[in-house]
Every structure is written in structure tokens, then in C-alpha cells.
Design a protein around this ligand. Structure first.
Ligand SMILES: Cc1ncc(COP(=O)(O)O)c(C=O)c1O
Length: 392
């Protein structure tokens, strides 16, 4: 079957895909329809935390589909409440609202903040976000994201978002007005170029939000659920948010997102917000397995050790003259820069030819976000292939 021709004929032409049709996976490896295997350094864009086809996750999902796949939020369902309990017990936040994706999580963060602003801050509704941030592709989250190219085709954008440089506390301080209801940032910027936050920045944001009486909203859609070597990105900074958005790794490959909030910020009442599929029993059955594994003893220490190993090897490659200009990372959320966009695109293709899936995050940044369960030997195998590609 010519799947690429089928896509060209039937699919909305909205994606530029790599010329590979993936049909199966196991752990950190995937196979294409020709039987060729690849080491997966992408995890479906920082999603499949436990790797592909994890037997425990697959069994939990299959059992849930057999028991009850969907019944809506009009009823109590058990996997949803078990996951809500795990999220609250393992975080600094008090309540959970489930959705289906990162964009829907960000959108829900925005709606909660606006409702809170109506109640607590005279109708304030503006949210300060950061340049190079990414919060999703719905209309409001596209406005929050602020990248001109994402916004232009869909103008006019919803009002209520102010963008300031990341890691610049003065810019946030200067932008807060009586209309401001909160500040929304990532604890490590992903899509916008794998940029770490200065510890003083996240701590300073907490202080500014407290001083000014506005909400600190952390978009942990990509950083959450162990990706950075801590369960939540905010744990690296010794502060806690008022509202936090999650998705990606939470379902281990099943679509689920969540918004966690403090008691004071849990302001939604019946009828104001909803989601037919949000917290669906099947997605929650998967999330339950993911959370139990990621919070098990040693799991996150291993993520930290693996991340440190990758960064140390990339830095060694940089020093060995492989024209790597910068390496940045936290846990298994790692970016490295090459000199030009051309070289970056070429390395993605060269790595793939050598059996390693890599993706970019911005024009000159490559991203390594493998399954959290990947082995050291697999990491070395992938890094060797990347080094070979750089030498070729
Ligand atoms: C920080 C962050 N927020 C939101 C999103 C949007 O998530 P989704 O693609 O699931 O809508 C992403 C996706 O990359 C993200 O990295």
C-alpha cells in the first residue's frame, strides 16, 4: 500500500510528515511498514513515557475497554477518580479537571484564570506569557503562544495576552496592570527552542504573582510527569503554581490532559466548563499505570542519570569539533543546537537513515525526548549514530 499517496489524496494537507509509516513499537524502538526498525528519540513528541506497547499499560487499557470505554462526565467513573487522587497526592495542588490534550489543558487554565479574575480582581482577564512559549493550537492558546506565523492565518486573535521575553523578571513586573489576572509560562520551554528557565526567574515569578495578587500558571504539558527528572518541572525551583496544565506524558500515548489548581483557584461551578471525553476511563486507565510507574522508587533518579549521560556525551561531541554550538537540558528533555537550519534539517534525515528518530524544536535546535524508560545502551546507540551522521 502506498500510504503517502493515500495521505496526499485524502488527508487535509496540514502536515509536513517524515517519509516513514510506523506500524509498531516496543520499548524505545519502532518499526515501519517495510520492517525497518528505528530507535525512538522523539517518544511521539515527548509523550510515550513508558515506551511503546508497554505490557502493563496495554493490559490496563484493554481491560478498561472491556469493562467500560466511555460514559461521560455525567457519571462517576473509577479510573478518573483514582488518577485525580494520585495527581493531587503527588503534587502541591488540590483539585483536578481532566481534558484531552495540551491545548485543551492550556485553554482550561485560561478559562479558570478568567473566572478567578471576575471573582477576585475586578474582572481582570489579561495573561502575561513569554516569547518563544508554546501553549497549543486552539484560538486562545494560539493567541497565548504569540508566534506570528501561527497567528497570522487565523487573525484576529482573541484579546487578553501580553508577551514578554522569557527569563526577564523586570519585563513581567513592568507589564502587570490592573487588567492582569496571571502569568503563564513553561518551566522549560519546549517547542520554542528547548530553553531552560533561570531558577531565579521561576522563583521571582512566584514572588511577583504573590506581591501583585495574580495567578502563577505553569504550563507543564511537556515538562510534567517526570520528563525533567522530577515529577513536575516546578520542583526544580522550590515554588508551586496556582494552576498547572498537563498532557503529553500523562497518558503514556493515550490522549489525556489535566489541569490542577489550588483550592482557591478551583473556581469552576457546574455548567461553566466541560469535556465529553475529558478523563475518559480508557485514557485514565493508562494514566494510572503511568503515574504508578513514574512515582515508583528510583524511576526519576534513573531519568536524571540518563539525561545527565546524554548531555555529557553531547558536550563531549561539541568539544570534539562536531559543530554543536550549545547543549541544554533537564532530565530527558534535551536540546542541542547546530550552526544552521540546513544542517539541522539534514541531521534529522541523516539520523533517520541511520535508524534514529530525531525531531527539531526551532530552526537550529534538535530535540532528544525519548521514552523515560529508554536504556543507557539504547541512548548510547542513538548518540553513536548521531555522531556518525555528524562525521559523514
Ligand atoms: C508546553 C506545551 N503546551 C501545550 C502544548 C499543546 O499540546 P497539544 O499538542 O496536546 O494540544 C504543547 C505541545 O507541544 C506544549 O509543549
Amino acid at each position: 500500500m502506498d500510504w503517502q499517496a493515500l495521505e496526499a489524496q485524502y488527508y487535509h494537507p496540514a502536515f509536513r510528515r517524515f517519509p516513514v509509516t510506523l506500524v509498531r513499537g516496543e520499548g524505545a524502538r519502532v518499526w515501519d511498514d517495510q520492517g525497518r526498525s528505528y530507535l525512538d528519540f522523539t517518544a511521539g513528541i515527548a509523550v510515550t513515557a513508558l515506551g511503546h506497547a508497554d505490557p502493563e499499560l496495554a493490559d490496563a487499557v484493554a481491560a478498561q475497554v472491556r469493562a467500560i470505554a466511555h460514559i461521560s462526565n455525567l457519571f462517576y467513573t473509577t479510573p478518573q477518580l483514582e488518577v485525580a487522587q494520585r495527581l493531587v497526592d503527588n503534587s502541591a495542588l488540590d483539585r483536578v479537571f481532566f481534558v484531552n490534550s495540551g491545548a485543551e489543558a492550556s485553554e482550561t487554565c485560561i478559562k479558570i484564570a478568567r473566572k478567578w479574575g471576575q471573582q477576585q480582581r475586578d474582572g481582570a482577564y489579561e495573561i502575561i506569557t513569554a516569547d518563544h512559549g508554546f501553549h497549543g493550537r486552539t484560538l486562545a492558546t494560539t493567541a497565548a503562544t504569540g508566534t506570528a506565523a501561527y497567528q497570522a492565518p487565523f487573525a484576529p486573535m482573541p484579546a487578553g495576552f501580553t508577551h514578554v521575553p522569557y527569563n526577564d523578571l523586570d519585563a513581567v513586573d513592568d507589564s502587570i496592570s490592573p487588567q492582569t489576572v496571571g502569568v503563564m509560562v513553561e518551566t522549560f520551554q519546549g517547542e520554542g527552542g528547548m530553553r531552560p528557565a533561570d531558577p531565579a526567574y521561576i522563583r521571582g515569578l512566584r514572588r511577583i504573582c504573590d506581591d501583585q495578587g495574580v495567578l502563577l500558571i505553569l504550563d507543564e504539558v511537556q515538562t510534567g510527569v517526570g520528563r525533567t527528572g522530577r515529577l513536575w518541572g516546578y520542583e526544580h525551583f522550590g515554588v508551586t503554581p496556582d494552576i498547572m496544565g498537563l498532557a503529553k506524558g500523562l497518558g503514556g500515548g493515550l490522549p489525556i490532559g489535566a489541569v490542577l489548581s489550588t483550592e482557591a483557584a478551583s473556581v469552576l461551578v457546574p455548567g461553566e466548563h466541560g469535556s465529553t471525553f475529558g478523563g475518559n476511563p480508557v485514557a485514565c486507565a493508562a494514566a494510572r499505570v503511568v503515574l504508578d510507574r513514574v512515582t515508583a522508587p528510583d524511576f526519576l533518579a534513573e531519568v536524571q542519570a540518563k539525561g545527565a549521560h546524554v548531555m555529557q556525551r553531547l558536550r563531549a561531541q561539541a568539544e570534539a569539533g562536531m559543530r554543536i554550538t550549545d547543549v541544554r537540558g533537564l532530565g530527558l528533555m534535551i536540546g542541542f543546537d547546530l550552526e544552521t537550519p540546513d544542517e539541522t534539517t539534514r541531521l534529522v534525515a541523516q539520523a533517520r537513515e541511520r535508524g534514529v528518530l530525531l525531531i527539531t524544536a526551532g530552526p537550529v535546535t534538535l530535540r532528544i525526548v525519548p521514552p523515560l524508560t529508554i536504556g543507557m545502551a539504547e541512548l548510547d546507540e542513538g548518540l553513536d549514530a548521531i555522531a556518525e551522521a555528524r562525521r559523514a
